[in-house]
Design a protein around this ligand. Sequence first.
Ligand code: ASP
Length: 379
Amino acid sequence: MSRTCCGALVLGLIAMACSTPEPSPSASAMSQQPRWGLIIHTGAGAFTLAGLGERREPMRAAMTEALSAGHRILAEGGSSLDAVQATIVVLEDSPLFNAGKGAVFTHEGSNELDASIMDGASQRAGAVAGVKRIKNPILLARLVMEKSPHVMLTGDGAETFAAEQGGIEFVDPKYFHTDRAWDALQRALEEERQKTKTGASARPAMERDAPGSYFGTVGAVALDRRGNLAAGTSTGGMTNKRFGRVGDSPIVGAGTYASNESCGISSTGHGEFFIRYTVAHDICARVAYKGMSVQAAADEVVQQVLKKAGGEGGVVGLDRAGNIAMSFNSTGMGRGYMGADGAPVIMFTKEDAVLLSSPPQRIQASASSGPSGTRSGRP
Ligand code: ASP
């Protein structure tokens, strides 16, 4: 048996390349069952497993907790929108990721947060950009979608809307301080000072070019028992951003997209490229118009279109049949998924992807619910 197939068995997935020509009765019975589950990312960048160091295990634990929060909702028959929201709230509350609590700093030393959410059944969407006092921007994005006639609200206006609607937690901006994000800003400012001194470049150093950088935007895509897709993304943006810069994460069609007609996608990476190439929508358009699998469509956009343009980053996605997609052109992308069996799969770098080099996979179909151990994607 090839290494790939061994890996596939380790992950416990079905519909793999190494499946037997005539599936056993139990395997075909499983494939009749509705598929549901969710997939997440926690940012892409030029990092290695060694570079993540001691952060890796706490990150793995937080990602498992986030997947479990979404899984609980789906297991009880809840909606994919609720699952995406609950999953992202867990990641926003963790100091480990560049979203909510762990958001990176702007040039001026403040935190400006962006988020978006989209419902694949109705194609309604909500987004916020540049909010400074909202503990969980994904909750405000959902509120914009449900309680306003708009899709995106920004800055003070978004916060006024939140205050008027109620039910959204405000925090002192100091809440967002983490030493990790602060130190990253100091490094970027120092790099900028050096560049100015040598006249190397007028471009602000936004840390994306630094070797070993880990970015930590978070995103989730879920498929519920009714077959509805939803996607969401949340971020602090890029370290040392200025002038009210907004990236792709709150932009529907770039950072987030979901349609029951095609797929759900959440992006992470150098936002300017993801906006210009409308990455999330482009992937779903290839699924809808070209009949491509979600993985093939994601690869075409991330590995060819984006890479050629110099846009670093990646995506995770799902279609209505439960096929998953994970594609990134950086050395690493935190990512994981959980199917109906409740077993988390968590990965960080390309070494992990060796286990996943088979044709498109599906989230596990299983009648059981509740966490049942870890299917490890560890190298
Ligand atoms: N896409 C985010 C932005 O450009 C950053 C990231 O995903 O790392 O704001």
